[in-house]
Design a protein around this ligand. Structure first.
Ligand code: BT5
Length: 260
């Protein structure tokens, strides 16, 4: 993977500019700085290795050399998409999921930002915002995808089991450039439909643990528990609690509720 091979591979897609790094701290940091100085819509920062890759809440994201995909996409939302920006994580998750489906795999989206294969995390998404006063100037959508086996961190550093495309396929994974192409292709397709119900339906259709009892760590002291019903039109999660009441959750980490 290098600047030339990537540019050639992506030349058929309507993207902005591309910056490739052999090694970087975090592609999101580079993309945030670039967005703040006027990067074009759909510009991409991509790296072979990240030394300070980040997840949400400053958790670590591992991207060892030569094995995974780590990139950040800069989104400059048109006025018509601004009311729907809370759907961005679904747009990104669906794009990765569709790329996995295209390989014959059966992905699930663990709300809000994890893509699972065989119940294990294969990809994560981190969205950060560049503000202009009170308005969103641009969004940076960081995506980390485990492609080859070597991209999967050791089990002892993880709270949730992880896998790679190669593990899930049980054979050699496609080249990382090819995976990137199919994710971006799906992203461009779904961005056109970001304001439609179709996006929410497609996202909800592959949501993990639907109809099951889950617990959500949403930042408070107590976990929220209930049956996972589906999504609201803004992408929030809807549960039914033990008192048969609907509970709407905007941020958190979902897991299956351990049986008593
Ligand atoms: C995420 O956060 O899953 C968001 C990951 C986003 C990574 C991309 S890579 C390109 C861009 N540049 C960045 O610096 N970041 C973005 P969260 O849901 O908070 O999950 C983080 C947790 O996932 C960690 O605490 C680990 O337990 C686990 N983890 C770390 N690396 C992993 C990997 N390669 N595969 C699976 N799980 C991993």
């Amino acid at each position: 993977m290098n600047q030339n091979s990537l540019q050639k591979k992506l030349s058929k897609l309507n993207i902005g500019n591309l910056r490739y790094f052999d090694s970087i701290g975090s592609t999101n940091d580079e993309a945030l700085a670039w967005a703040a100085t006027g990067a074009r819509d759909l510009s991409i920062v991509i790296a072979d290795e990240q030394t300070q890759g980040r997840g949400r809440l400053d958790r670590k994201w591992f991207t060892p050399k030569g094995s995974g995909l780590a990139f950040s996409l800069i989104l400059r939302p048109h006025a018509n998409l601004r009311p729907h920006l809370s759907r961005t994580v679904g747009l990104a998750a669906l794009s990765i999921a569709e790329s996995c489906s295209g390989l014959g795999l059966a992905p699930r989206i663990k709300w809000p930002n994890d893509i699972l294969l065989n119940g294990k995390k294969t990809a994560g998404i981190l969205i950060e915002t560049v503000w202009s006063g009170d308005d969103v100037d641009s969004l940076v959508i960081g995506m980390g995808i485990n492609v080859h086996k070597a991209s999967v961190p050791p089990a002892e550093v993880l709270q949730f089991p992880a896998t790679s495309l190669e593990d899930a396929l049980g054979k050699e994974a496609p080249a990382r450039e090819d995976v990137l192409f199919s994710v971006l292709d799906a992203f461009i397709h779904w961005r056109e439909r970001m304001a439609t119900d179709a996006l929410i339906h497609a996202w909800e259709e592959i949501i993990a643990f639907r109809g099951e009892q889950v617990q959500v760590q949403a930042g408070g002291e107590e976990n929220i528990t209930g049956e996972l019903l589906g999504l609201e039109s803004d992408g929030s999660l809807r549960l039914r609690d033990a008192h048969d009441k609907s509970v709407i959750i905007r941020f958190g980490d979902v897991s299956l509720r351990p049986s008593a």
